[in-house]
Write a protein that binds this ligand. Structure first.
Ligand code: IPM
Ligand code: MG
Length: 367
């Protein structure tokens, strides 16, 4: 029986509720000789309340040592007036930066049972399976200079800086091409080379990596505004979309909505392979802390469970188990079980915990 350790950071809002269902899934695997040890700590507002900071140093050290983080969500209205550096979101951004998690995988796929939940027509989204690959540790999220200054005339002036180096673009481009090779073999690289210097460099470097190392993969370049439009016009034209930190933030929310429920979407953030070949990684549902429904036991745990499936695939190298868990989720949906956010006529509405129970039952049935 091999033992693996992961760090649980449930965070705020519905984070702890959905992570609880992942804990039960881990319990299911433990009974099948796949032991995963859980270490746990606080992040975001919960960490601020306890430690006065959204990410305590000892938590960061733990994350670096363990290397694999299962993350719930951060944020809540009670923290809105905190100074910038104390905001819950800073905890997440610091983890991404300090662990070097530059590659953010955000799959947007439509489960057959949910094809009618999309705001687009069924024929546009049925069978949709695209992957947004977002650069996560560079660009305007971290570029210097940044800040707000007061000018001599009393006005304020705010600055953020969009910055990318060749190396940063090359490493994310490689991930894009490698992922495309095991999917539909197509990469769409997205920037605004018509107005931004970072866009010009982005396009040039992605093309060069392609020509040098991945000539077998189809590559197209697209401006970010056009990509936003194409995503809602004809989303199935895409396979892998690779883009910078800010455009990736926007386009992944857009892609998420195509699927009909934000409550369904997982994500993985990966670093470069270390000397031992292992990548540091953080897995989180895309939906966020949803403070409006927190504590009511109605949140959808499926995005978090699917994020754990990505953890099985990318960090624990258990692709068959990842696939089994994804099939279990699909099966639960086919059986007509829904949480409130994806409820449809004729289906059975379940609580967070009852949905977790159904996933465990589906895992049993698939074993
Ligand atoms: C996301 C979120 C974060 C981001 C926030 C919470 C800092 O919107 O993961 O997409 O902007 O990256
Ligand atoms: Mg976002």
């Amino acid at each position: 029986m091999s033992e693996r350790t992961i760090l649980f950071l449930p965070g705020d809002g519905i984070g702890p509720e959905v992570m609880e269902e992942v804990r039960r899934v881990i319990g299911w695997y433990a009974k099948r000789q796949i032991a995963i040890r859980i270490e746990e700590d606080l992040v975001g507002g919960a960490a601020y309340d306890r430690y006065g900071t959204p990410l305590a140093e000892q938590t960061l050290e733990k994350a670096k040592t363990i290397g694999t983080v299962m993350f719930g969500a951060v944020g809540g209205p009670q923290y809105d007036s905190l100074p910038f550096e104390k905001k819950p979101e800073r905890g997440l951004l610091r983890l991404r930066k300090e662990l070097g998690l530059f590659a953010n995988l955000r799959p947007a796929m439509v489960f057959p049972a949910l094809a009618d939940a999309s705001s687009l027509k069924r024929e546009l989204v049925e069978g949709l399976d695209i992957l947004i690959l977002r650069e996560l540790t560079g660009g305007v999220y971290f570029g210097e200079p940044r800040g707000i200054e007061v000018l001599p005339d009393g006005q304020k002036r705010a600055v953020d800086t969009q910055v990318y180096t060749t190396g940063e673009i090359e490493r994310i481009a490689r991930v894009a091409f490698e992922l495309a090779r095991v999917r539909q073999n197509k990469v769409t690289s997205v920037e605004k080379a018509n107005v931004m210097h970072t866009g010009v460099l982005w396009r040039e470097v992605v093309q060069a990596v392609h020509d040098r190392e991945f000539p077998d993969v189809a590559l197209e370049h697209m401006y970010a505004d056009n990509c936003a439009m194409q995503l809602v016009r004809k989303p199935k034209q895409f396979d892998v979309i690779v883009t910078d930190n800010l455009f990736g933030d926007l386009l992944s929310d857009c892609a998420a909505m195509l699927t009909g429920s934000l409550g369904m979407l997982p994500s993985a953030s990966l670093g470069a392979p270390g000397p031992d070949g292992r990548r540091k990684a953080l897995y989180e549902p895309v939906h966020g802390s949803a403070p409006d429904i927190a504590g009511r036991g109605i949140a959808n745990p499926l995005a978090c469970i699917l994020s754990f499936a990505m953890l099985l695939r990318y960090s624990l190298e258990l692709p068959a188990e990842a696939a089994r868990l994804e099939q279990a989720v699909a099966r639960v949906l086919e059986q007509g079980y829904r949480t409130a956010d994806i409820m449809q006529p004729g289906c059975t509405q379940l609580s967070t915990a009852a949905m977790g129970t159904q996933v465990l039952a589906a895992l049993d049935a698939l074993s």
